[in-house]
Design a binder for this molecule. Sequence first.
Ligand code: ADP
Ligand code: MG
Length: 500
Amino acid sequence: MAEEVLRVEHISKHFGGVIALDDVSLSIYKGETCCLVGENGSGKSTMIKIISGVYTPDEGDIYINGHHYKKLTPIEAIREGIQVIYQDFSLFPNLTVAENIAINEQLAAGKKLVNWKEIYSIAQDGLRKVNVSLPLDAIVGTLSTADRQLIAIIKAILAEARIIIMDEPTTALTRKEIDALFRVIHDLKEQGISTLFVSHKLNEVVEIADRTVIFRNGKKVMDQDAKGLDIKTMEFYMTGREIDTTQVVLPETEKVQTPLLKVEKLSLRGIFADVSFELMPKEILGITGLLGSGRTELALSLFGELPADEGKIFIEGKEVKIRQIGDALKNGIAYVPDDRVNQGLFLPQSIGNNLLATIIDHLASSLSFVNAKQAQQTVSRWIKQLEIKTPSSELPVESLSGGNQQRVVLAKWLASQPKILILNGPTVGVDVGSKAEIHQLIREIAAQGIGILLISDDLPELLQTCHRILLMRNGRIVEEFQRTDLSEEQLNTALIAETI
Ligand code: ADP
Ligand code: MG
């Protein structure tokens, strides 16, 4: 058996009422790629912070290279060869590649004078260690995420890492860049460096893991050789249930004379043109297309953020003008953006305040004043209705997992009682378990009589939630599919078909 570099035993960590880790033990062996998997909120990042000395566990022991720690400090962790590649990479954007790579050694040597030759030779040595080339004179701030990540990894190696920890390292990478990263991880292995690869993307885990550890709700629920471990089994351990995607029941669309929403020859110069469709009550209509197809801009037009310059919009048979967001809101249209972090939520604010943000007006107009008790009741009702997992509505939204943040966004908009709900990428960045739950929630929202426009390029998502799917290409609707007997493959072929 390979040498054990790190072992943690019976680790527990609480944050207020939340148990982030509950009696977890785990080891990392020399030269292995250990994947730590779990849904959002399962305790992965907390474990990393404990291993790297950022958090002190409430209980438990840490052993690194045979040394025992009750309270590990960040400096001790670094001395023991624990290196974390943080999402911001902790680089100096104004310095060059060479300077960034060499800076630690220069600082450690206490050099006051900059010796360019030495900086270059350290940097070149670093690049050789991962078998990549980067322009040494380039300013780091101008490089791609993937290149900056590489620099962070090289720095970790030069700092004599024995374990390199990567927390969701592929989030902002393209497929090609992910392949390059995986090659680097293989090189690390050959040098006897272990990687702790933290992710909830199971297809990547299948590709890269020697051993897989799964957390669920702060507990370790699986730890085994990755060979023969398939995605379905991992999903089962992550969520504690089988996810059945085959038996989805959509609400029956209401057969009415006048559609809830009718769009006629809507155009926005240079962006999309001649878009026409109808949406019925209880219907979930998918709009898909590649990036740049105009799908998001169409949604923004209907929401008044990018008003169309031609065409007509009818709501329940009555023509309406939507020139600004206020017009959309007045007409019962709500829009949930794909970028919930920047557009949908005030992260540092409490869950309660976020929920109330859009209804304050509604409450204030229908009642003569908003009293704290009513507000609290409304918040509690939504937390219960959408099953938002939190010990208190007073906590900041940023304390929630991605799936639960998305529920807060949905609740916030549902509270304004829209007739038409536009969802853009509703499960982007959400883990598998919460994803299935959000899909169920979308179907339930539709069943209440709301018409939903679901903009997405996640094909399984479209197939599991939409009655019909419109395909956009170069700003036009080029095809309409009925969900029944449409396969993912057919939809994919149509999506990526060459544009003429
Ligand atoms: P993961 O990385 O698997 O998504 P985390 O370790 O970030 O999970 O979080 C585990 C749990 O601990 C979550 O419920 C999260 O909300 C909570 N948590 C994590 N860090 C903090 C913190 N600094 N304060 C309060 N709660 C926290
Ligand atoms: Mg995390």
